[in-house]
Design a protein around this ligand. Sequence first.
Ligand SMILES: [Zn+2]
Length: 186
Amino acid sequence: MSKELYLKITRPQNVCVKCGAAINQEGRHPSAIFSSSTPSAAGSEEDESVLRQDFCPDCWLEVVGTDYYSFWLAKRERPKTRKIQNRKERNITMLAYFDYMYQQNDAVNAQHLFFLAHLLMKFSVFKWVRTEPAVTAEGRERVVFRNVVTDDYITIESVTMDEERLVTIKREIDEFLARAVIEVQP
Ligand SMILES: [Zn+2]
């Protein structure tokens, strides 16, 4: 997930902004507010949290002393969860799954990412923006999507789906969705 996307997240984040480690379990973790370059007149809660970033203790050590405005130890309680109940929750879950794979930046995930991106497009989470030609003769075309929720641009390699692989990927996604739970806000 890109840094820009994190900046738009207004709630406490579930993973460390630097390394992706889960931090939404019981306990405390460092949180910081970074000074905003576009101060808002209203100063609403949303504006304040736009630049909130949450860290795991290890990554915090690298951030200490940089230009944050304030920091505190966020106290987290183990989130209450339940199964996915509607389309919106399914989309959020699918997007998280996509982001996880995207962040791994592993060529092995190319078919997965390609399929998931098109699925997210079908669910109206992604919009196709353009297809870019391959940079090298051996390279692949790249497809640029826009996340309509965050306005982030996502570029993935265009791949030819292998039939067998596709069946596996679909099954994995179904199993993932069947197991997935979402956090219930108190
Ligand atoms: Zn970390």
